[in-house]
Design a protein around this ligand. Sequence first.
Ligand code: SAH
Length: 257
Amino acid sequence: MSKENKSIHDFDLNLICEYFSGVERQGPGSPEVILKALSFIKNLSSESIIADIGCGTGGQTMFLAQNAPGQITGVDIFPDFINIFNNNAATLNINERVKGVVGSMDNLSFKDEELDLIWSEGAIYNIGFERGLKEWRKFLKKGGYIAVSEATWFTNERPHEINEFWMKEYPGIDTIPNKVMQLQNAGYIPVATFNLPEECWTENFYEPQVEWQIEYLEKHSDNKFAREFVESQRYETDLYYKYKEYYGYTFYIGKKI
Ligand code: SAH
């Protein structure tokens, strides 16, 4: 990649980062879903060490921290997200035990068998579900838990348009039984799976973006990438409303054997 291309690429990443910094969530989810996932996790105490991988600005991490004991480290590749994360933790006065660090999920700096819980909402797709489960396993203590939400097909078959979209965006999307098999093959006991309710996508993720898109487009009206990016987000939203019976996010909870 030439230097010139690299700088264009960095600029695009900054625009994406700015877009998602303007909304509370960078992916579908809800407080209720966090509580439900936590209800399957039995080993936590004030001594626990927890990682939230691909934490974004930390909307879900702050709620997790208020409902689970122990130290929590959020890891994200975007420094701007981590700044917002650490400001949020300070505002809530939980910054002693909740800290954000910049890092990549394919090169984590946790020690072997250090963690009691690995949490990751709507982020493991960046490394791939199977690869993430396998590579992160070493950081968990024996008996430690992994809890991740992940794009999932709800049916065996689906319309061509939505299939095409996902094959381009994330070919790792698969059905619940196949994902559970991957979890088991990666060395975990499958403890629970449940599908995220629709409001996690509609009310909590897509709807807050609508007003912000207008403001963002006004700010970047002369920028082709910004306009195309918002278009792509709107297309993704339309597809969700059209095809939501066929896919969504599923929470997978596993226990390291
Ligand atoms: N967990 C958050 C964010 C989900 S969006 C939420 O539920 O709202 C996915 C996140 O993964 C983004 O914040 C993105 O910056 C981060 N990410 C992408 N690639 C990454 C990588 N290689 N290492 C760490 N984080 C990454």
